[in-house]
Write a protein that binds this ligand. Structure first.
Ligand SMILES: [Ca+2]
Ligand SMILES: [Ca+2]
Ligand SMILES: [Ca+2]
Length: 531
């Protein structure tokens, strides 16, 4: 095994005061036999007072959210930061007395830095806003507008790889000795393939470079302290100079390879521990959520000293499976595992993201099923994330660009997204599935999401409470309590398409079951004082 070459001396200026902060280092951590940190529940207590524990996040693909109506990028069929600012009142108008806004309190912007691709996951400049989206000044204006509404802003940070057209890689490929070792080279083709059997070694002029995802995205070499120093300064730049509140960390299980072992390596965990200390030293309130698309047992090892939260992919699949099969057991099984591996709430819940078929597609176009899935997600522990358009029930399947089509603001050819022809054709269901028609309909999915978000934001037990499953003796009924200090909320879900009568022992101290009548495909949150 190669030794991690992250040199503390390189980072010492950035890191030194973080030891006083208390989150940076833990001596003598439990380590598994592969040299990895133990799951977070074995190492950390819950941190329920952090701001993200009270947040609802909304994932925005800027290119498809809203085209601006004034300014240099207006009406060109491409979404931009000014367009997003114009639509912020839809997300949260900052006025607690109105309830016709969605009520989200934080954004995750998919990559916004300069890139030759439509999606932006291959940047050519880590410090410059993509010109299609605006300028760095536009980003600062977005931050200001969001602050006024109580919205935090996190951005996608893609550390693992950049664009093959990045000047760093072009210099490296041409043999520039300053940049050659910023990437990973081999004179011969090492011959092995990647974690999903993809080719990872790509030919460039007489040698081979490593690119985990594809030949257009070379991996950066995080065993080179110059790369580490540069990228930690990128982190500092976005937090300090640009005013971002944190990062959604793309593909972090792939950061540092150990030959053919290419994910979840001990060196990756060690690097991220240094990253985390650096971030908290810059700003103790700065936030990191990790994308580790892997089983819960692997994901949980990143939380607490590398990431604040990580996306719980297994749990998201289990929510949708439970709704589709009308059977509570997949969700119970996944959530029991999650409870064992993470401190309460230290993961991110979601239904689908920009890489996955949309929820409405997975649920066969059933609006009541989509409401139920959202009701389950917002009743679970963990910080909820939602992907743009999910709240109105946009439906889409792969390929990826179809998952990222224009936000459907209204009916009509350009769906209210732009006055010009959009960069990609909007989905045909925009005629009926759109913000304008659902806003005024109290039975719409959008109204349901607005209510759910307000319910959660007004109930500390739903946000922070420990979860305990209740026995229902009926697989069609999902029941659990959430308890936080003196508050308890009983959450009941009828997964079936017919009314269900059920009796549930809501507390061990009680002598008798309580009878409940549950409407078809329904959710109920019942608040009480903790016993
Ligand atoms: Ca535009
Ligand atoms: Ca409001
Ligand atoms: Ca890598």
């Amino acid at each position: 095994m190669r030794t991690p070459t992250i040199e503390l001396s390189v980072l010492s200026l950035l890191l030194a005061p973080s030891l006083a902060h208390g989150q940076a280092t833990t001596a003598a951590e439990p380590i598994d036999d592969e040299g990895r940190p133990a799951p977070a529940a074995e190492r950390f207590e819950p941190r329920l007072d952090e701001w993200w524990q009270d947040s609802v996040f909304y994932e925005v693909f800027v290119r498809s959210f809203a085209d601006s109506t004034t300014g240099p990028l207006a009406n060109d069929g491409v979404g931009d930061l000014r367009g997003l600012i114009e639509r912020l009142d839809y997300l949260n108008d900052g006025d607690p007395t109105t309830d016709d806004d969605l009520g989200v309190t934080a954004l995750w912007l998919m990559p916004i830095t300069e890139s030759p691709s439509y999606h932006g996951y291959d940047t050519t400049d880590y410090r410059r806003v993509e010109p299609d989206y605006g300028t760095n000044e536009d980003f600062r204006d977005l931050i200001k507008a969001c602050r006024e509404r109580g919205i935090r802003v996190t951005i996608d940070l893609v550390l693992n790889h950049c664009s093959r057209a990045h000047p760093w890689f072009e210099a490296a490929a041409s043999g520039d000795p300053d940049k050659r070792d910023w990437f990973i080279w081999s004179d011969e083709d090492p011959g092995y393939r990647g974690p999903w059997n993809q080719p990872v070694w790509h030919r460039a002029d007489g040698s081979y470079f490593y690119g985990c995802f594809w030949q257009g995205m070379p991996d950066l070499n995080y065993e080179n302290p110059d790369v580490t120093r540069e990228m930690l300064d990128v982190v500092r730049f976005w937090l300090e100079d640009m005013g971002a509140d944190g990062f959604r960390m793309d593909a972090i299980r792939h950061l540092i390879e150990d030959g053919p072992r290419q994910d979840n390596t001990p060196a990756t965990h060690a690097w991220l521990q240094q990253y985390y200390a650096c971030v908290k030293n810059i700003n103790p309130e700065a936030f990191s959520v990790g994308e580790i698309w892997a089983p819960s047992n692997d994901v949980s090892r990143y939380v607490g000293d590398q990431m604040d939260l990580a996306f719980e992919f297994s749990l998201s699949d289990a929510i949708l499976t439970t709704v589709n099969t009308r059977d509570a057991s997949p969700l119970r099984k996944a959530m029991t595992t999650v409870n064992e591996l993470y401190p309460t709430g230290m993961y991110a819940t979601f239904l689908r993201n920009h890489d996955q078929s949309r929820t409405m597609h997975v649920l066969g176009g059933d609006v009541e099923a989509a409401k139920l899935a959202a009701s389950i997600q917002f009743a679970l522990p963990g910080v909820p994330f939602m992907y743009y358009g999910e709240e109105i029930g946009m439906s889409a399947d792969k390929p990826d660009p179809q998952l990222r089509t224009p936000m459907q603001w209204e009916s009509g050819p350009n769906v209210g997204f732009s006055s010009a022809e959009p960069w990609i054709e909007p989905k045909a269901d925009a005629e009926s599935v759109n913000v304008a028609s659902e806003s005024s309909d109290p039975d719409s999915l959008l109204s349901h999401y607005r209510d759910l978000i307000r319910e959660r934001q007004s109930d500390a037990a739903l946000r922070k409470g420990e979860l305990r499953f209740l026995e229902t003796r009926d697989p069609r009924v999902l029941a659990f309590t959430r308890t936080y200090r003196d508050d308890r909320t009983l959450c009941l879900f009828n997964l079936a398409e017919e009314p269900v009568s059920t009796s549930i022992r809501t507390d061990d101290d009680e002598q008798d079951d309580t009878a409940f009548q549950l409407a078809p495909r329904s959710a109920r949150y019942l608040r009480s004082a903790a016993p």
